[in-house]
Write a protein that binds this ligand. Structure first.
Ligand SMILES: [Fe+2]
Ligand SMILES: [Fe+2]
Length: 182
C-alpha cells in the first residue's frame, strides 16, 4: 500500500510551482526516523507523511484548511487500499492535526511525530522556504526576511524535544543568517 501511495504522491509532485518532492520526502524521512526513536507506529507515520499535503498538491499551494480537506481525501484514498479502519482513523488524525492549528492539535504520538517532521523539513530545506517567500509569494526583501524569521521561530516552538535535537544546529545557522527581525 505504501508503494502505491508513494508513487501517486510523487506523480502529483511533478510540474508544480514549488519543490514538493523535497518537502514530502523530507517529512517522510523524519517521520520514520522519529517513529523509530519514539517507538511509534512507523506505518501510520509514513503513510500520513506521504499524504499530509495531498490537498495542496491537488488544489494548489494557497488552498485554505488543507489539513481538513486533506484528511477527508486521505480517508477516501485509503479506503481504496485497505479495510483496516483503525489504521485509517490513525492516519486521518495525523493529517488533520499536522498543521498544529488551535482547533486541531495532534494528540497521538504518531500525530505529534508527523507535525514535527513537517516542521523539520523546513530546517532541512531552507532554500525551498526562501524560494516560496520571494518567488511564489513575491514578498519584498524585508517582508520576506521577517516572514522567514517568524516562521522559523514559530515552528521551533511547536517541535517535540526529539525533533529540536535534530534541527538544533540548522536552526542556529539559520538564525545567524537571518539575524534579527526589523
Ligand atoms: Fe501542510
Ligand atoms: Fe507539509
Amino acid at each position: 500500500m505504501i508503494e502505491k501511495i508513494k508513487s501517486m504522491i510523487l506523480e502529483l509532485c511533478k510540474d508544480k510551482d514549488w519543490d514538493w518532492k523535497s518537502h514530502i520526502e523530507s517529512v517522510v524521512k523524519y517521520s520514520k526516523l522519529l517513529a523509530k526513536k519514539l517507538d511509534a507506529d512507523e506505518e501510520v507515520c509514513e503513510i500520513s507523511a506521504w499524504l499530509h499535503d495531498i490537498n495542496k498538491l491537488e488544489e494548489g499551494l494557497n488552498s485554505k484548511e488543507h489539513h481538513i480537506k486533506g484528511a477527508k481525501r486521505s480517508v477516501e484514498i485509503l479506503k481504496g487500499f485497505s479495510n483496516d479502519q483503525e489504521l485509517i482513523k490513525k492516519v486521518e488524525h495525523c493529517i488533520l492535526t499536522h498543521s498544529n492549528s488551535k482547533d486541531n492539535m495532534p494528540k497521538s504520538k504518531e500525530a505529534k511525530i508527523v507535525a514535527s517532521a513537517d516542521g523539520l523539513s523546513h530546517y532541512e530545506n531552507f532554500f525551498s522556504l526562501a524560494y516560496l517567500v520571494y518567488n511564489i509569494e513575491k514578498k519584498d526583501y524585508s517582508d520576506g526576511k521577517n516572514w522567514l524569521i517568524q516562521k522559523y521561530q514559530k515552528t521551533w516552538g511547536k517541535l517535540i524535544p526529539e525533533a529540536k535535537e535534530i534541527a538544533k544546529s540548522r536552526y542556529e545557522a539559520i538564525k545567524l543568517i537571518l539575524g534579527e527581525q526589523n
